[in-house]
Design a protein around this ligand. Structure first.
Ligand code: HPA
Ligand SMILES: [Zn+2]
Length: 363
């Protein structure tokens, strides 16, 4: 909870979350519980003493030095996810929390290659995700605009060979996941430095030929030029993170002109040392330049902040007005991959909540 007088308004504001890795919602407590349940004892999975207990693991998470330092723990942690119910329970738990925090539409990333490589089938992963969504949608359905809609986006992994990404994409295609709508698009994540987006151009071009929407992590640790490369060489319609675009006026101008949305993750940027403090995330600059963005949690169990915490952190750092929050909330809806009707529903609710807030301030 933040100290801003706008805190109650921020909890009510209808939200869209577009940048949440479901494996990044695995808390140390759940990691230990699943490790015991699935007989995947942490040693010998790892000899890192940080895995002694949930508390030591949490302490280590507070000291990440970079994206790659975090990713090492993230990929070890997810090895306790084995059965469809592990994926289903994790998905449901995240969605239940998101719904409580005012999320109306969630687009959830997952990392298929990180599961395939340890013998967990794509059917296990996808059937678990879909079951978690069914349970959440049933529970949070029937409340009109206030219901929760959910899409899934597999991310290809840049620390593995491009050929591994190609095989994974073909596997997902052969299962019909995209054409059936089980998966809503294609993403790209993991290590960024020295992994130029163009290396994945062929796979993304194939996705484009099949009408699959595309997004990519770019400009998190990598330069603003990677944001342009993702647009030009991968044909993405949005950019995940993208905060280093703020270093280049020309890049920001293009993002604003083309209405490309950045899925910004403020607490993640601080925890992974992209910036020293939330105040240094280019929120104000993006608002001034007309660059659209949404606010997201990325890996909430690792960065100790869900979506509401990220909204509060931004408010405490920047003291935004109701009008600026209205712009952010509206842009998040416009940049979503849900249908137009769903967008109209959420936009309507945003107008209602913002109108009530400004009316209350005037009255
Ligand atoms: O923030 C991230 N960046 C790149 N890869 C990731 N995988 C999980 N989170 C991230
Ligand atoms: Zn991410």
């Amino acid at each position: 909870m933040c100290k801003s007088p706008l805190h109650p308004f921020l909890t009510r504001l209808p939200k869209c979350e577009h940048h949440l890795h479901i494996e990044g919602s695995l808390s140390p407590d759940l990691l230990f519980a699943l490790s015991a349940k699935n007989s995947t004892p942490l040693p010998p999975i790892t000899s890192d003493p940080s895995f002694a207990s949930p508390a030591t693991l949490n302490a280590r998470y507070a000291a990440f030095s970079s994206l790659d330092d975090f990713l090492a723990y993230y990929y070890i942690g997810m090895r306790v996810l084995v059965t469809p119910s592990d994926f289903s329970d994790l998905t449901y738990a995240y969605l239940a929390r998101a719904a409580r925090e005012g999320v109306r539409h969630a687009e959830v990333f997952f990392d298929p290659q990180a599961h395939l490589s340890r013998g967990v089938s794509i059917d296990t992963v996808v059937s678990g995700l879909l079951a978690g969504r069914r349970r959440a949608e049933a529970e949070f359905a029937g409340r009109g605009a206030k219901r929760l809609t959910v899409l899934f986006i597999p991310c290809l992994l840049r620390h593995l060979p491009v050929s591994d990404s190609a095989a994974c994409f073909e596997l997902m295609q052969s299962k019909g996941y995209f054409s059936r709508g089980d998966l809503a698009g294609l993403g790209l994540c993991s290590t960024e430095l020295a992994k130029p987006p163009g290396d994945w151009a062929e796979i993304f071009a194939a996705a484009g030929r099949h009408g699959i929407r595309r997004t990519a992590h770019a400009g998190e640790e990598g330069p603003a030029g990677y944001v342009i490369a993702a647009l030009d060489e991968l044909g993405v319609s949005r950019i995940d993170h993208g905060v280093r675009a703020a270093e280049d006026e020309g890049v920001m101008e293009r993002l604003a002109r083309e209405g490309v949305m950045l899925t910004v993750c403020p607490m993640s940027n601080v925890r992974l040392k992209g910036v020293e403090r939330i105040e240094h995330v280019p929120i104000r600059k993006f608002l001034e330049r007309g660059v659209r963005f949404s606010i997201n949690s990325d890996d909430p169990a690792y960065f100790e902040g869900y979506v509401q915490d990220n909204y509060c952190a931004v408010q405490e750092a920047f003291g935004l007005t109701v009008g600026e929050w209205r712009t952010i909330a509206r842009n998040a809806v416009e940049g979503s991959w849900c249908g137009e009707e769903r967008k109209r529903e959420i936009l309507g609710e945003i107008e209602e909540v913002c109108g009530r807030e400004t009316g209350a301030a005037l009255g």
